[in-house]
Ligand binder design. Structure first.
Ligand code: GLN
Length: 192
């Protein structure tokens, strides 16, 4: 199984390292050809405005939507969560996210860089808390009925899934805790 990390912009190197530490040999995805080769994909944090532009200019947007609609396991963190959502507030009016998970998010919904924070998260399925690092994180303002909330902060979902799509508003690649990457990889293997 090949696990890819979307490497157009943002925190892809840390995800690459975390995935490597789980024992897989990740590949970086920058072209539609790279995408065609992977069986699971991490979409990192970064700057969603830039990433959406790069998705279009690299002609990855359409094949990416098709692959995910056809069941490609995907894990979107922070800006990756924004990209996968249905609607984003505080984005550029001419940009639309991919519309693959039934969530409306607000970019930087917890405040600006200075309002970045950490929190111990109780995650369903994990036996002890996970340290969540939130950096200009998206706030889930509406969560659709098909979305399962696996962890929340102050009543807002911060780790959510809908079928093959897992999203976090925090950065699991910035801690040494590999449990979420491991969970994603294990599920992707199981889905083969
Ligand atoms: N605020 C960024 C955005 O809107 C996301 C921040 C992050 O990925 N750490 O794209």
């Amino acid at each position: 199984m090949k696990v890819g990390v979307l490497a157009l912009q943002g925190a892809f190197a840390s995800h690459h390292a975390a995935l490597t530490a789980t024992g897989v040999n990740p590949t970086e995805v920058r072209t539609p050809q790279d995408l065609a080769d992977v069986d699971a994909l991490v979409i990192p944090g970064g700057e969603s405005t830039t990433m959406l532009m790069l998705l279009d200019s690299s002609q990855i947007r359409t094949p990416l939507v098709e692959r995910i609609q056809n069941g490609l396991p995907v894990f979107g963190t922070c800006a990756g969560m924004i990209l996968l959502s249905t609607n984003m507030a505080d984005g550029r009016p001419d940009q639309q996210p991919l519309g693959l998970i039934d969530l409306d998010v607000r970019r930087n919904g917890y405040g600006r860089q200075i309002a970045s924070f950490e929190a111990d998260l109780d995650i369903s399925g994990l036996d002890h808390p996970f340290r969540g690092v939130f950096i200009r994180a998206p706030l889930a303002e509406r969560i659709g009925p098909k979305v399962e909330v696996l962890a929340s902060v102050d009543g807002h979902g911060v780790l959510c899934q809908q079928e093959n799509i897992l999203v976090s508003s925090f950065h699991p690649e910035l801690t040494n805790d590999l449990r979420l990457h491991q969970l994603f990889v294990d599920r992707a293997f199981a889905a083969q």
